[in-house]
Write a protein that binds this ligand. Sequence first.
Ligand SMILES: Nc1ncnc2c1ncn2[C@@H]1O[C@H](COP(=O)(O)OP(=O)(O)OP(=O)(O)O)[C@@H](O)[C@H]1O
Ligand SMILES: [Mg+2]
Length: 250
Amino acid sequence: MAPEGTSAQDVNQKLVDQYTEIAKLAGGLAHEIKNPLSTIRLNMELLAEDFAEGETLRERRALAKVQVVQRECRRLQELLDNFLSFAKVRKLNQIPSNLNLQVKQVVDFFRPKAAETGIEIVDYLAADLPTVLLDREAFHGALLNLVLNAEQAMPKGGQLVVRTSTVGDGVALDLIDTGCGMSAETRAHIFDAFFSTKGSGSGLGLPTARKIIEAHGGSISLQSEVGRGTQFTIKLPLPPRLADQTVREE
Ligand SMILES: Nc1ncnc2c1ncn2[C@@H]1O[C@H](COP(=O)(O)OP(=O)(O)OP(=O)(O)O)[C@@H](O)[C@H]1O
Ligand SMILES: [Mg+2]
């Protein structure tokens, strides 16, 4: 209950302000950690070089320990980078874009890796898809995480279908994989920050992707079944004044 004289809206605004403040502090803290971390990484690299040609057992053991520290530093660095892109409070720079083209860029980037893992990519990109407003860099990051998640769900290969279509007053993008799928328990938590079922995952990929998609006025939903695969669907609204135009990008 809101205290007397305070409206629910005031309380809500106060919570938003507090959240923004905490997000800023956490972002600042992550930045502060990155500097000493680079010094540690640099010194570990120098140490590893010193021990690289180690002849004694002691030197070889020391090198192995240095390599463990290096690996953990890389993980920390990745975690901080992911956290920073999750916590970043920035205004989107949305410009008229062709969703098919943005999808193609991500898929083309992923194609060589997919071929190596035995993943077949099938794309059905709707012709004459209406133009949407996208912050291309942010949207690229969100899509890339979805595609990488699909790849990680199919370590022995499989199929990834990428489909775009016009729906109601917007456009939709489906990403359908034939990977391991998710249990109901996993499905309930995938958008929670730091939730991951992977040993080396930060668990920030999907929360960040959802934040970006929702900032575009869109939505992300999923269907998944253990052992069969997963379908993610992203819906994006059409900007009213652009509803009749189609932007062609080279
Ligand atoms: N396509 C998928 N198939 C099966 N499980 C998935 C899929 N996408 C996401 N998940 C589940 O959702 C969890 C959260 O995904 P998210 O992208 O947020 O983090 P992550 O991939 O574990 O780590 P990071 O993205 O930081 O590397 C994953 O750990 C996995 O359990
Ligand atoms: Mg991920």
